[in-house]
Design a protein around this ligand. Structure first.
Ligand SMILES: [Zn+2]
Length: 506
Protein backbone atom coordinates (compact mmCIF):
# COMPACT_ATOMS: atom_id res chain seq x y z
CA UNK A 1 0.00 0.00 0.00
CA UNK A 2 0.96 3.58 -0.40
CA UNK A 3 -0.64 5.94 2.07
CA UNK A 4 -0.74 9.71 2.03
CA UNK A 5 -1.47 11.19 5.43
CA UNK A 6 -2.12 14.77 4.36
CA UNK A 7 -1.71 17.18 1.49
CA UNK A 8 1.13 19.27 2.88
CA UNK A 9 3.46 20.53 0.16
CA UNK A 10 6.14 17.99 -0.51
CA UNK A 11 9.55 18.79 0.87
CA UNK A 12 11.43 18.46 -2.35
CA UNK A 13 15.04 17.77 -1.61
CA UNK A 14 17.42 18.67 -4.37
CA UNK A 15 18.90 15.34 -5.17
CA UNK A 16 19.18 15.11 -8.90
CA UNK A 17 22.43 16.25 -10.40
CA UNK A 18 22.37 17.14 -14.08
CA UNK A 19 24.11 14.55 -16.17
CA UNK A 20 26.27 14.37 -19.20
CA UNK A 21 27.62 17.87 -19.51
CA UNK A 22 30.82 16.89 -21.25
CA UNK A 23 29.72 17.14 -24.83
CA UNK A 24 26.49 19.08 -24.58
CA UNK A 25 27.99 22.23 -26.06
CA UNK A 26 28.91 20.45 -29.22
CA UNK A 27 25.46 19.13 -29.94
CA UNK A 28 23.33 22.20 -30.16
CA UNK A 29 21.57 21.74 -26.85
CA UNK A 30 20.58 18.12 -27.27
CA UNK A 31 19.46 17.28 -23.71
CA UNK A 32 21.19 13.92 -23.80
CA UNK A 33 23.81 13.92 -26.48
CA UNK A 34 25.35 10.67 -25.42
CA UNK A 35 29.06 10.33 -25.06
CA UNK A 36 30.17 9.07 -28.42
CA UNK A 37 31.41 12.35 -29.90
CA UNK A 38 35.08 13.20 -29.75
CA UNK A 39 35.66 16.53 -28.02
CA UNK A 40 38.97 18.38 -27.82
CA UNK A 41 40.32 20.22 -24.76
CA UNK A 42 38.71 23.41 -26.07
CA UNK A 43 35.30 21.79 -26.19
CA UNK A 44 35.12 21.58 -29.99
CA UNK A 45 34.49 18.43 -31.97
CA UNK A 46 37.95 17.41 -33.13
CA UNK A 47 37.52 14.04 -34.70
CA UNK A 48 34.83 11.48 -35.35
CA UNK A 49 37.20 8.97 -36.92
CA UNK A 50 39.43 6.40 -35.27
CA UNK A 51 40.56 7.15 -31.71
CA UNK A 52 43.93 8.73 -30.92
CA UNK A 53 46.80 6.26 -31.25
CA UNK A 54 48.75 6.63 -28.03
CA UNK A 55 47.88 4.74 -24.85
CA UNK A 56 47.39 7.26 -22.07
CA UNK A 57 50.25 7.62 -19.58
CA UNK A 58 50.09 8.52 -15.86
CA UNK A 59 46.39 7.63 -15.63
CA UNK A 60 44.82 4.44 -14.25
CA UNK A 61 41.38 2.94 -14.62
CA UNK A 62 40.41 2.18 -11.03
CA UNK A 63 36.71 1.36 -11.47
CA UNK A 64 34.15 0.58 -14.15
CA UNK A 65 30.47 0.64 -13.22
CA UNK A 66 27.29 0.14 -15.22
CA UNK A 67 24.28 2.18 -14.13
CA UNK A 68 21.11 0.38 -15.23
CA UNK A 69 19.01 2.51 -12.86
CA UNK A 70 21.20 1.59 -9.92
CA UNK A 71 24.99 1.42 -9.84
CA UNK A 72 26.43 -2.04 -10.57
CA UNK A 73 30.21 -2.36 -10.26
CA UNK A 74 31.93 -4.30 -13.07
CA UNK A 75 35.47 -3.80 -11.75
CA UNK A 76 37.02 -2.04 -8.77
CA UNK A 77 40.74 -1.71 -8.06
CA UNK A 78 41.53 -4.29 -10.69
CA UNK A 79 39.26 -6.99 -9.32
CA UNK A 80 35.81 -8.36 -10.06
CA UNK A 81 33.16 -6.97 -7.67
CA UNK A 82 32.11 -8.74 -4.51
CA UNK A 83 29.77 -6.20 -2.90
CA UNK A 84 27.05 -5.72 -5.54
CA UNK A 85 23.56 -6.28 -4.14
CA UNK A 86 22.18 -6.92 -7.60
CA UNK A 87 23.17 -8.80 -10.71
CA UNK A 88 23.18 -7.08 -14.09
CA UNK A 89 19.86 -7.21 -15.90
CA UNK A 90 20.75 -8.96 -19.14
CA UNK A 91 20.05 -6.80 -22.18
CA UNK A 92 19.04 -3.64 -20.30
CA UNK A 93 20.47 -0.33 -21.47
CA UNK A 94 22.37 2.01 -19.13
CA UNK A 95 25.15 4.49 -18.54
CA UNK A 96 28.60 2.89 -18.21
CA UNK A 97 31.16 5.00 -16.33
CA UNK A 98 34.95 4.55 -16.36
CA UNK A 99 36.61 5.99 -13.24
CA UNK A 100 40.23 7.09 -13.34
CA UNK A 101 43.03 7.98 -10.90
CA UNK A 102 45.72 10.38 -12.17
CA UNK A 103 49.37 9.77 -11.27
CA UNK A 104 51.65 12.50 -9.87
CA UNK A 105 52.81 13.53 -13.37
CA UNK A 106 49.27 13.89 -14.77
CA UNK A 107 48.41 17.14 -16.58
CA UNK A 108 44.81 17.88 -17.55
CA UNK A 109 44.17 16.72 -21.11
CA UNK A 110 41.70 15.00 -23.39
CA UNK A 111 41.30 11.25 -22.96
CA UNK A 112 39.62 9.08 -25.56
CA UNK A 113 38.08 5.90 -24.15
CA UNK A 114 37.01 2.93 -26.22
CA UNK A 115 34.57 0.46 -24.72
CA UNK A 116 34.16 -2.86 -26.47
CA UNK A 117 31.21 -5.04 -25.52
CA UNK A 118 30.64 -8.45 -27.04
CA UNK A 119 27.12 -9.73 -26.39
CA UNK A 120 26.90 -13.46 -25.66
CA UNK A 121 27.00 -15.16 -29.05
CA UNK A 122 27.10 -11.80 -30.86
CA UNK A 123 29.56 -9.53 -32.64
CA UNK A 124 31.73 -7.03 -30.78
CA UNK A 125 30.37 -3.47 -30.49
CA UNK A 126 32.69 -0.50 -29.91
CA UNK A 127 31.76 2.80 -28.29
CA UNK A 128 33.96 5.88 -27.99
CA UNK A 129 33.85 8.63 -25.37
CA UNK A 130 36.08 11.65 -24.89
CA UNK A 131 36.53 13.67 -21.74
CA UNK A 132 39.01 16.17 -20.44
CA UNK A 133 40.39 14.59 -17.30
CA UNK A 134 41.56 17.11 -14.72
CA UNK A 135 41.53 15.01 -11.56
CA UNK A 136 40.31 11.81 -9.94
CA UNK A 137 36.81 10.58 -10.72
CA UNK A 138 34.00 11.19 -8.29
CA UNK A 139 30.60 9.43 -8.22
CA UNK A 140 28.81 12.73 -7.70
CA UNK A 141 30.31 14.40 -10.78
CA UNK A 142 29.19 12.81 -14.02
CA UNK A 143 31.82 14.74 -15.97
CA UNK A 144 34.66 13.31 -13.90
CA UNK A 145 34.24 9.87 -15.52
CA UNK A 146 34.36 8.67 -19.12
CA UNK A 147 30.75 7.90 -19.99
CA UNK A 148 29.00 5.62 -22.44
CA UNK A 149 25.30 5.20 -23.13
CA UNK A 150 25.17 1.47 -23.74
CA UNK A 151 22.08 0.45 -25.69
CA UNK A 152 19.64 -2.39 -25.17
CA UNK A 153 20.92 -5.88 -26.05
CA UNK A 154 24.66 -5.20 -25.52
CA UNK A 155 25.24 -6.64 -22.06
CA UNK A 156 23.35 -9.87 -22.70
CA UNK A 157 23.92 -13.24 -21.03
CA UNK A 158 27.55 -14.24 -21.58
CA UNK A 159 28.71 -10.71 -22.51
CA UNK A 160 32.37 -9.72 -22.22
CA UNK A 161 33.86 -6.24 -22.21
CA UNK A 162 37.09 -4.20 -22.21
CA UNK A 163 38.11 -0.55 -21.96
CA UNK A 164 41.18 1.22 -23.41
CA UNK A 165 42.20 4.85 -22.81
CA UNK A 166 44.15 6.76 -25.44
CA UNK A 167 45.14 10.39 -25.93
CA UNK A 168 46.36 12.67 -28.72
CA UNK A 169 50.14 12.90 -29.27
CA UNK A 170 52.33 15.07 -27.08
CA UNK A 171 51.61 13.77 -23.58
CA UNK A 172 54.23 13.74 -20.79
CA UNK A 173 56.23 10.54 -20.33
CA UNK A 174 55.09 7.97 -17.80
CA UNK A 175 53.71 4.45 -17.32
CA UNK A 176 50.80 3.13 -19.41
CA UNK A 177 49.94 0.12 -17.27
CA UNK A 178 46.65 1.58 -16.04
CA UNK A 179 45.42 2.54 -19.51
CA UNK A 180 43.42 -0.57 -20.24
CA UNK A 181 41.25 -3.10 -18.47
CA UNK A 182 41.77 -5.91 -18.52
CA UNK A 183 45.46 -5.73 -19.41
CA UNK A 184 44.88 -8.34 -22.14
CA UNK A 185 41.77 -9.77 -23.73
CA UNK A 186 38.31 -9.18 -22.28
CA UNK A 187 36.60 -9.30 -18.89
CA UNK A 188 33.47 -11.28 -18.14
CA UNK A 189 30.39 -9.38 -17.02
CA UNK A 190 29.73 -9.94 -13.31
CA UNK A 191 26.69 -11.91 -12.13
CA UNK A 192 23.99 -11.44 -14.74
CA UNK A 193 20.34 -12.59 -14.84
CA UNK A 194 17.88 -12.66 -17.69
CA UNK A 195 14.64 -10.80 -16.85
CA UNK A 196 12.98 -12.09 -20.02
CA UNK A 197 12.55 -10.32 -23.33
CA UNK A 198 9.92 -7.85 -22.07
CA UNK A 199 7.98 -6.97 -18.95
CA UNK A 200 4.37 -7.53 -20.00
CA UNK A 201 1.97 -5.16 -18.30
CA UNK A 202 -1.76 -4.71 -18.89
CA UNK A 203 -3.03 -1.37 -17.60
CA UNK A 204 -6.72 -1.66 -16.68
CA UNK A 205 -8.63 1.64 -16.43
CA UNK A 206 -11.25 0.86 -13.76
CA UNK A 207 -14.37 3.03 -13.93
CA UNK A 208 -15.19 3.86 -10.32
CA UNK A 209 -18.00 6.24 -9.30
CA UNK A 210 -18.60 6.80 -13.01
CA UNK A 211 -15.13 8.21 -13.63
CA UNK A 212 -12.80 6.72 -16.26
CA UNK A 213 -9.08 7.33 -15.65
CA UNK A 214 -7.05 9.27 -18.22
CA UNK A 215 -5.64 6.98 -20.90
CA UNK A 216 -4.31 9.63 -23.27
CA UNK A 217 -1.04 8.81 -25.03
CA UNK A 218 0.85 11.10 -22.65
CA UNK A 219 -0.59 9.40 -19.59
CA UNK A 220 0.16 5.92 -20.91
CA UNK A 221 3.74 6.89 -21.73
CA UNK A 222 4.15 8.26 -18.23
CA UNK A 223 2.90 5.03 -16.58
CA UNK A 224 5.20 3.00 -18.80
CA UNK A 225 8.21 5.19 -17.97
CA UNK A 226 7.45 5.01 -14.27
CA UNK A 227 8.08 1.27 -14.44
CA UNK A 228 10.86 1.24 -17.04
CA UNK A 229 13.17 3.67 -15.25
CA UNK A 230 13.12 1.71 -11.97
CA UNK A 231 12.78 -1.93 -12.98
CA UNK A 232 15.50 -4.31 -14.25
CA UNK A 233 13.78 -4.82 -17.59
CA UNK A 234 14.85 -4.37 -21.19
CA UNK A 235 11.45 -3.08 -22.26
CA UNK A 236 7.99 -2.52 -20.79
CA UNK A 237 5.38 -4.01 -23.11
CA UNK A 238 2.37 -2.03 -21.89
CA UNK A 239 -1.06 -2.65 -23.34
CA UNK A 240 -4.15 -0.72 -22.32
CA UNK A 241 -7.20 -2.78 -21.40
CA UNK A 242 -10.69 -1.64 -22.35
CA UNK A 243 -12.18 0.44 -19.49
CA UNK A 244 -13.66 -1.91 -16.88
CA UNK A 245 -16.78 -0.80 -15.01
CA UNK A 246 -16.40 -1.50 -11.29
CA UNK A 247 -19.75 -1.63 -9.55
CA UNK A 248 -18.81 -0.28 -6.12
CA UNK A 249 -17.27 2.87 -4.76
CA UNK A 250 -13.79 2.89 -3.25
CA UNK A 251 -13.58 5.25 -0.25
CA UNK A 252 -10.25 6.96 0.39
CA UNK A 253 -9.31 5.25 3.65
CA UNK A 254 -11.43 2.08 3.44
CA UNK A 255 -8.96 -0.78 3.19
CA UNK A 256 -11.86 -3.23 2.81
CA UNK A 257 -13.15 -1.35 -0.22
CA UNK A 258 -9.68 -1.27 -1.72
CA UNK A 259 -9.27 -4.98 -0.99
CA UNK A 260 -12.53 -5.78 -2.84
CA UNK A 261 -11.42 -3.74 -5.85
CA UNK A 262 -8.10 -5.61 -5.87
CA UNK A 263 -9.95 -8.94 -5.75
CA UNK A 264 -11.93 -7.87 -8.82
CA UNK A 265 -8.75 -6.99 -10.71
CA UNK A 266 -7.01 -10.28 -9.81
CA UNK A 267 -10.14 -12.26 -10.75
CA UNK A 268 -10.43 -10.38 -14.06
CA UNK A 269 -6.89 -11.44 -14.89
CA UNK A 270 -7.89 -15.07 -14.26
CA UNK A 271 -11.15 -14.90 -16.21
CA UNK A 272 -9.32 -13.49 -19.23
CA UNK A 273 -6.76 -16.31 -19.21
CA UNK A 274 -3.76 -13.99 -19.05
CA UNK A 275 -0.44 -15.69 -19.76
CA UNK A 276 1.69 -16.45 -16.70
CA UNK A 277 4.18 -13.69 -17.46
CA UNK A 278 1.56 -10.95 -17.85
CA UNK A 279 0.97 -8.58 -14.93
CA UNK A 280 -2.21 -6.51 -14.50
CA UNK A 281 -2.36 -3.05 -12.94
CA UNK A 282 -5.71 -1.40 -12.35
CA UNK A 283 -5.87 2.39 -12.18
CA UNK A 284 -8.81 4.21 -10.60
CA UNK A 285 -9.71 7.87 -10.11
CA UNK A 286 -12.71 7.68 -7.75
CA UNK A 287 -13.19 11.45 -7.42
CA UNK A 288 -12.94 14.68 -9.41
CA UNK A 289 -9.29 15.16 -8.48
CA UNK A 290 -6.52 13.71 -6.35
CA UNK A 291 -6.82 16.65 -3.96
CA UNK A 292 -10.56 16.06 -3.56
CA UNK A 293 -10.06 12.32 -2.98
CA UNK A 294 -7.08 12.60 -0.66
CA UNK A 295 -7.93 15.76 1.34
CA UNK A 296 -8.10 13.76 4.58
CA UNK A 297 -5.49 11.17 3.61
CA UNK A 298 -6.00 8.22 1.31
CA UNK A 299 -4.82 4.79 0.33
CA UNK A 300 -2.86 5.17 -2.90
CA UNK A 301 -2.72 1.53 -3.96
CA UNK A 302 -2.89 -2.05 -2.74
CA UNK A 303 -1.29 -5.33 -3.74
CA UNK A 304 -0.85 -8.92 -2.64
CA UNK A 305 2.54 -9.87 -1.25
CA UNK A 306 3.31 -12.74 -3.60
CA UNK A 307 5.80 -14.73 -1.58
CA UNK A 308 5.79 -17.83 -3.75
CA UNK A 309 7.53 -17.08 -7.04
CA UNK A 310 5.53 -19.77 -8.87
CA UNK A 311 2.17 -18.37 -7.82
CA UNK A 312 0.35 -16.59 -10.64
CA UNK A 313 -2.90 -15.45 -8.95
CA UNK A 314 -1.05 -12.60 -7.23
CA UNK A 315 0.43 -11.10 -10.40
CA UNK A 316 -1.55 -7.89 -10.26
CA UNK A 317 -2.22 -4.76 -8.21
CA UNK A 318 -4.25 -1.53 -8.25
CA UNK A 319 -3.59 2.12 -7.50
CA UNK A 320 -4.80 5.67 -7.98
CA UNK A 321 -4.81 6.66 -11.65
CA UNK A 322 -3.88 10.32 -11.48
CA UNK A 323 -0.54 10.90 -13.20
CA UNK A 324 1.79 12.39 -10.59
CA UNK A 325 5.02 11.45 -8.86
CA UNK A 326 2.87 9.89 -6.13
CA UNK A 327 0.99 7.76 -8.67
CA UNK A 328 4.21 6.76 -10.44
CA UNK A 329 5.83 5.77 -7.14
CA UNK A 330 2.70 3.79 -6.34
CA UNK A 331 2.63 1.71 -9.53
CA UNK A 332 6.29 0.85 -8.99
CA UNK A 333 5.69 -0.17 -5.38
CA UNK A 334 2.45 -2.11 -5.89
CA UNK A 335 3.75 -4.14 -8.82
CA UNK A 336 6.88 -4.85 -6.78
CA UNK A 337 4.67 -6.31 -4.02
CA UNK A 338 3.14 -8.59 -6.64
CA UNK A 339 6.75 -9.55 -7.44
CA UNK A 340 7.36 -10.51 -3.82
CA UNK A 341 8.97 -7.32 -2.46
CA UNK A 342 8.05 -6.03 1.02
CA UNK A 343 8.24 -2.46 2.32
CA UNK A 344 11.44 -0.53 2.91
CA UNK A 345 11.70 1.11 6.34
CA UNK A 346 10.63 4.70 5.64
CA UNK A 347 7.98 6.92 7.23
CA UNK A 348 6.29 4.14 9.19
CA UNK A 349 5.67 1.67 6.37
CA UNK A 350 4.29 -1.57 7.91
CA UNK A 351 5.53 -5.12 7.28
CA UNK A 352 9.01 -3.95 6.38
CA UNK A 353 11.57 -6.24 4.83
CA UNK A 354 13.98 -7.28 7.61
CA UNK A 355 16.66 -7.79 4.98
CA UNK A 356 16.51 -4.23 3.66
CA UNK A 357 20.15 -3.13 4.00
CA UNK A 358 19.79 0.65 4.54
CA UNK A 359 18.27 1.55 7.89
CA UNK A 360 16.92 4.93 6.81
CA UNK A 361 15.13 3.41 3.80
CA UNK A 362 17.48 5.14 1.37
CA UNK A 363 18.70 3.74 -1.93
CA UNK A 364 22.22 3.44 -0.53
CA UNK A 365 24.16 3.71 -3.79
CA UNK A 366 24.17 6.15 -6.69
CA UNK A 367 21.36 5.82 -9.19
CA UNK A 368 20.93 6.83 -12.81
CA UNK A 369 17.70 7.85 -14.48
CA UNK A 370 17.80 6.41 -18.01
CA UNK A 371 14.85 8.49 -19.14
CA UNK A 372 16.23 11.90 -18.07
CA UNK A 373 20.00 11.21 -17.99
CA UNK A 374 20.39 12.36 -14.40
CA UNK A 375 22.32 11.00 -11.43
CA UNK A 376 20.34 10.15 -8.30
CA UNK A 377 21.92 10.76 -4.91
CA UNK A 378 22.27 7.75 -2.56
CA UNK A 379 20.37 9.67 0.16
CA UNK A 380 17.14 9.51 -1.88
CA UNK A 381 14.60 7.08 -0.40
CA UNK A 382 13.72 3.72 -1.90
CA UNK A 383 10.32 3.56 -3.64
CA UNK A 384 9.34 0.59 -1.46
CA UNK A 385 8.91 2.83 1.62
CA UNK A 386 6.24 5.39 2.55
CA UNK A 387 8.45 8.45 2.11
CA UNK A 388 7.29 11.15 -0.28
CA UNK A 389 8.68 11.56 -3.79
CA UNK A 390 11.22 11.90 -5.17
CA UNK A 391 12.07 8.25 -4.61
CA UNK A 392 14.29 5.85 -6.53
CA UNK A 393 15.45 2.24 -6.51
CA UNK A 394 18.13 0.82 -4.24
CA UNK A 395 20.48 -1.79 -5.61
CA UNK A 396 18.77 -4.19 -3.18
CA UNK A 397 15.26 -3.62 -4.55
CA UNK A 398 16.52 -3.69 -8.15
CA UNK A 399 18.23 -7.02 -7.48
CA UNK A 400 15.20 -8.52 -5.74
CA UNK A 401 12.89 -7.69 -8.62
CA UNK A 402 15.44 -9.00 -11.11
CA UNK A 403 15.68 -12.32 -9.29
CA UNK A 404 11.88 -12.69 -9.39
CA UNK A 405 11.55 -11.64 -13.04
CA UNK A 406 14.30 -14.05 -14.02
CA UNK A 407 12.38 -16.81 -12.21
CA UNK A 408 9.11 -15.90 -13.92
CA UNK A 409 10.83 -15.84 -17.32
CA UNK A 410 12.51 -19.20 -16.80
CA UNK A 411 9.63 -21.09 -15.17
CA UNK A 412 6.71 -20.46 -17.46
CA UNK A 413 5.22 -23.90 -16.88
CA UNK A 414 4.59 -25.28 -13.41
CA UNK A 415 2.95 -28.69 -13.47
CA UNK A 416 0.16 -29.58 -11.05
CA UNK A 417 -1.44 -32.90 -10.19
CA UNK A 418 -4.46 -33.57 -12.42
CA UNK A 419 -7.08 -33.66 -9.66
CA UNK A 420 -6.15 -30.39 -7.97
CA UNK A 421 -8.98 -27.84 -7.86
CA UNK A 422 -9.00 -24.63 -9.85
CA UNK A 423 -12.26 -23.34 -8.34
CA UNK A 424 -12.07 -20.99 -5.40
CA UNK A 425 -13.99 -18.39 -3.50
CA UNK A 426 -12.19 -15.38 -2.10
CA UNK A 427 -12.44 -14.44 1.59
CA UNK A 428 -11.27 -10.95 2.57
CA UNK A 429 -9.67 -10.90 6.00
CA UNK A 430 -9.43 -7.47 7.57
CA UNK A 431 -6.55 -6.45 9.82
CA UNK A 432 -8.82 -6.98 12.87
CA UNK A 433 -9.61 -10.51 11.69
CA UNK A 434 -13.11 -9.79 10.32
CA UNK A 435 -13.91 -12.08 7.38
CA UNK A 436 -16.05 -11.29 4.34
CA UNK A 437 -16.92 -13.71 1.55
CA UNK A 438 -16.07 -12.36 -1.90
CA UNK A 439 -16.37 -13.56 -5.47
CA UNK A 440 -15.87 -17.04 -6.90
CA UNK A 441 -13.00 -17.42 -9.33
CA UNK A 442 -11.69 -20.19 -11.56
CA UNK A 443 -7.91 -20.02 -11.77
CA UNK A 444 -5.94 -20.91 -14.86
CA UNK A 445 -3.29 -22.41 -12.59
CA UNK A 446 -3.88 -23.29 -8.93
CA UNK A 447 -2.59 -20.86 -6.30
CA UNK A 448 0.74 -21.42 -4.55
CA UNK A 449 0.99 -18.67 -1.95
CA UNK A 450 1.03 -19.35 1.81
CA UNK A 451 -0.94 -22.57 2.50
CA UNK A 452 -3.62 -22.60 5.24
CA UNK A 453 -5.27 -25.86 6.38
CA UNK A 454 -9.08 -25.67 6.20
CA UNK A 455 -11.81 -27.89 7.64
CA UNK A 456 -15.38 -27.71 6.28
CA UNK A 457 -18.34 -28.45 8.63
CA UNK A 458 -22.04 -28.98 7.95
CA UNK A 459 -24.99 -27.75 10.06
CA UNK A 460 -24.68 -30.74 12.40
CA UNK A 461 -21.02 -30.00 13.12
CA UNK A 462 -19.80 -32.95 11.05
CA UNK A 463 -16.61 -32.65 9.06
CA UNK A 464 -17.43 -32.56 5.33
CA UNK A 465 -13.81 -32.46 4.15
CA UNK A 466 -10.42 -30.91 4.72
CA UNK A 467 -8.66 -28.71 2.19
CA UNK A 468 -5.78 -26.31 1.74
CA UNK A 469 -6.51 -22.60 1.26
CA UNK A 470 -3.98 -20.06 0.05
CA UNK A 471 -3.34 -16.79 1.82
CA UNK A 472 -2.08 -13.52 0.34
CA UNK A 473 -1.06 -10.84 2.85
CA UNK A 474 -1.92 -7.39 1.56
CA UNK A 475 0.61 -4.62 1.97
CA UNK A 476 -2.22 -2.56 3.50
CA UNK A 477 -2.68 -5.14 6.30
CA UNK A 478 -5.09 -8.07 6.34
CA UNK A 479 -5.23 -10.39 3.39
CA UNK A 480 -7.08 -12.45 0.82
CA UNK A 481 -7.70 -16.17 1.37
CA UNK A 482 -8.48 -18.40 -1.61
CA UNK A 483 -10.78 -21.18 -0.38
CA UNK A 484 -11.64 -24.23 -2.52
CA UNK A 485 -15.30 -23.51 -3.30
CA UNK A 486 -17.43 -24.92 -0.45
CA UNK A 487 -20.43 -27.17 -1.19
CA UNK A 488 -23.95 -25.91 -0.36
CA UNK A 489 -24.12 -27.94 2.87
CA UNK A 490 -21.14 -26.09 4.34
CA UNK A 491 -22.10 -23.97 7.34
CA UNK A 492 -18.68 -22.99 8.59
CA UNK A 493 -14.98 -23.44 7.88
CA UNK A 494 -12.08 -23.43 10.27
CA UNK A 495 -8.74 -22.09 9.11
CA UNK A 496 -5.54 -22.83 11.00
CA UNK A 497 -2.49 -20.56 11.01
CA UNK A 498 0.38 -19.88 13.42
CA UNK A 499 -1.94 -17.92 15.71
CA UNK A 500 -4.46 -20.74 16.10
CA UNK A 501 -7.88 -21.65 14.66
CA UNK A 502 -10.22 -19.12 13.05
CA UNK A 503 -13.87 -19.71 12.24
CA UNK A 504 -15.21 -18.59 8.88
CA UNK A 505 -19.04 -18.64 9.05
CA UNK A 506 -21.05 -19.18 5.87
ZN1 LIG B 1 3.01 -1.01 -0.17
Amino acid sequence: MRFRTCLSPLALVVVLAAGCGASSGANGGDPDPGADVLIGPDGAVVDTGPPAPDLVKNLSINEVSFFQGTKIVLMKDGAAPTANKTALAAGRAGRLRVYVTPGAAWVSRAVVATLTVTPGGGAAQSFVATQTVAGPSDDADIDSTLNFDVPTASFTMGATWSVVLRTPAGQPEGPTDGASYPADGTADAPAIKDPGAKFNLVLVPMIVSGITPDTSDGAIDAWKNAVYRLYPVTEVNLTVHAPYKYGSSVAATDSGGWSRALQTLLNLRQSEGAADDVFYYGILTPSSSFDAYCSRGCIGGIAPLSNNPSDTYGRGAIGLGWTSDFGFGTIAQELAHSLGRSHAPCNGAPQTDPGFPYKDGSIGVWGWNLTTSALVNPRVKDFMGYCDPPTWTSDYTFGGILTRLAYVAAHANVHYPKDVTHDFQVVSIAENGAMTWGDKVTLATPPLNEPRPLTYYDAGGHVLRTEIGYYYSLDAGGGLLLVPTPEAATRRLVMRDVRGEHMIPR
